[in-house]
Write a new protein. Sequence first.
Length: 385
Amino acid sequence: MGRVDCMGAKGKMIELNRGVSDINMKRAYLSSVLLSVAVPVSVIAACIGNWSGVFARNTYIVVAGLMEVFQLLFMFVLRKQYSLDEFDRFHAIYTAYFYVTFVYLMFGAVCDIAQSGSILFYLAACVYIVFIPAFTKAECIGILMFQTVVVILLSIVSSMDLRMFFDVCIIQAATILLVAYQHNLAVQRVRVNMQLKRKKDYSEHDALTGLYNRRGLDARIKAIWPFCERNRLSVAMIAVDVDYFKKYNDTFGHPKGDECLKTVAGILKNSAQRSTDVVTRTGGEEFIVFVQDMDEESLISLAMKIRNNLDQKHIEHAYYGVSKYVTVSMGIAGFVPAYNNDFKKLYQEADNALYLAKKNGRNCIVYDGKVYGSIMNGASRVAST
């Protein structure tokens, strides 16, 4: 079923954050792959480097071993490719993971500067930090502030000269700019995708009811029809028309008429609830329910469900020729797609059945030449042509 979701500012922000998270999940996997390679390399560097402190080197190697195990587990989790909802659910795990990796890299950088006087490890750590998928700008700023504190403390407790301190500050500033750029780029990309998706939704949906319009229906048919044809699945269409709607509009006015149409649309959506059902407003008071893989009994049951649900609303009608309440006429057609059985033929047959329903007193259902709904003694009768 199709409908346009009207979102407020809060809803748009949630969608934006989810989109950024989706992009950052890909970056998370990339950075985890890089780190899984960087950890063994850093251990080799610690072993062959000029680390005079044996305890620091051994501690670092032990931490590196634990990190590698944690890294492989995390990569396994990411490879499952969770949906957005599941991704949000595991957000805390991902955040904790990157905080751990951040502390690990800073620990290595401190040891490297203190033991060998080189800032190469710190530079590598900053490059990795650029790939950290900060989900929000607050997280991004928090990580960089912590990194700055580490640099300041390091300059105080170590024998860092002025030139090295200047180089570290330049690297730190570049890291801040790159992280901010990465985050803003992700946000802009998601906003563009949201705008394109929203424009597509508006072009394929009816503005009043939120149902698919004819363009949206055609797009779904192009995807569904070949699948049903390949798998020999039946397709069917229920053409729906609100009885004497012009008289309703003329009596109660167009605002009331719009409310009536929205009520009918809601009933159709709530009645045809399968993910493959396509509910469409084709124009005015005319609707279509396109379904697949339903037998004759199920189709009639669905149409009767629509009719009964509308009856329960008791929407007063201005014309009592059929009922004192708003009613609908329905025509059903269905077959298995084949060379001579295309969508145009299905549409025509459903429209012909709808015409017979109107001709036979309205407020009824016509399928395969029989009238349902407008019946006597529980038996259907043959429609007169």
